[in-house]
Design a protein around this ligand. Structure first.
Ligand code: PLP
Length: 355
């Protein structure tokens, strides 16, 4: 039986994934040189298509890295000389904060109890901070931070750089890139591809900051840093041999998404999320973990199932539906349900029926 993976990452692959894999095999993508013209044209296409889909300005750079945890580390190394600020609404925000501390930066953080959002109006960021790190959608708790609230921060702190973890929400949030300097995601979530490729998108100002840090004699990373990535990017190459297969597949998935259109993808995401939340809001036993509606994730929904996670997951699995367990200490209390572009309305209805 073919399963449907509602797990939050890796997740269900895109409906066209198998077809694109066959194309990759037929075109022998596994053997092409990453210094050749075919690879460069694939990279150039991904760059343009991603910018079109997500509304990213032409001057921004699209870097390929190993994963999103790498993106967290590269962002700290390349844009923070001394201190960073972290908005923490779950384990992924915590992980980013830990990375900054391990890299010897002075850090400030604002953390909410799990499952709660922030009162953005009362947020104070110390003037000494160079970078603000925000996990837009923390997959561990299902807390979604409203884009408008995040973007308002830039006018209050215009001299700071803002970096957004969009790993489990891209390409859905509509972002004004005059207010955000860096975003990143991994392809195994909302792009429906196998794991092993991170995409890190940075503004020209962020690259300039990396130059300043290098001029001070501080390391920005050896294997990958913004300057080596940028130098290679300007010729649509990468410093190392990258995940050519996944980059090829991403190009194809972007075609599919563009054909559908981002507005339609957003509308479908909203509708499917509403169906799931409405169902659990009126369920006699289980509830959405996040109570405050503006902070409820559209793309990775966390449901409090009162300690029945293991039993429910086993039951659903027999019906061909895989959902995620709770994260960390919530393993038995929660199930996590991905609502990505590759999840069809029919599959969401089936999931709800089986519950
Ligand atoms: C999955 C995830 C990550 C980590 O991504 P990797 O590809 O495993 O490095 C980071 N942040 C969030 C919000 C995630 O959901």
């Amino acid at each position: 039986m073919n399963k449907v993976y509602f797990t939050v990452g890796p997740s269900q692959t895109y409906p066209t994934f198998e077809h694109h894999m066959q194309t990759a095999l037929k075109e022998q993508i596994g053997s092409i040189s990453h210094r050749g013209s075919l690879f460069k044209s694939i990279y150039k296409n991904v760059d343009q298509k991603l910018k079109t889909l997500m509304g990213i300005p032409p001057g921004f750079r699209v870097f390929f890295v190993g994963s999103s945890l790498e993106s967290m580390e590269r962002i700290i190394q390349n844009t923070v000389l001394k201190s960073s600020f972290h908005l923490i609404s779950g384990s992924f925000g915590k992980r980013w904060h830990k990375t900054a501390k391990e890299l010897g930066k002075k850090t400030f953080a604002w953390e909410t109890p799990e499952g709660e959002g922030f009162d953005f109006g009362s947020l104070k960021i110390p003037n000494s901070c160079e970078l603000v790190c925000i996990t837009q959608n923390d997959t561990s708790t299902g807390v979604w931070l409203p884009i408008q609230e995040i973007q308002n921060l830039k006018s209050l702190y215009p001299d700071m750089l803002f970096a957004l973890d969009l790993v489990s929400s891209a390409p859905i949030p509509k972002i004004d890139y005059s207010k955000i300097d860096m975003v990143f995601f991994s392809v195994q979530k909302g792009f429906g591809l196998p794991a092993g490729l991170g995409v890190l998108i940075v503004s020209p100002e962020s690259v300039k900051k990396a130059e300043v840090i290098q001029e001070r004699g501080v390391s920005t990373g050896s294997y990958h840093n913004f300057l080596t990535l940028d130098k290679a990017y300007l010729d649509f190459q990468t410093p190392e041999t990258p995940n050519v297969l996944n980059i090829f597949l991403l190009d194809k998935i972007l075609d599919d998404m563009l054909k559908k259109g981002i507005e339609k993808l957003r509308k479908e995401t909203d509708e499917k999320a509403k169906l799931i939340y409405n169902f659990f809001d009126s369920h006699n036993k289980y509830d959405p973990f996040v109570k405050n509606k503006p902070f409820r994730s559209l793309t990775s929904l966390v449901i409090d199932v009162k300690g029945e996670s293991g039993r429910l997951r086993a039951k659903l699995s027999k019906k061909g539906i895989e959902v995620g367990s709770g994260y960390g200490a919530f393993k038995e209390d929660h199930v996590r349900i991905a609502n990505f572009p590759q999840h069809s309305l029919e599959d969401v209805n089936k999931l709800i029926r089986e519950f």
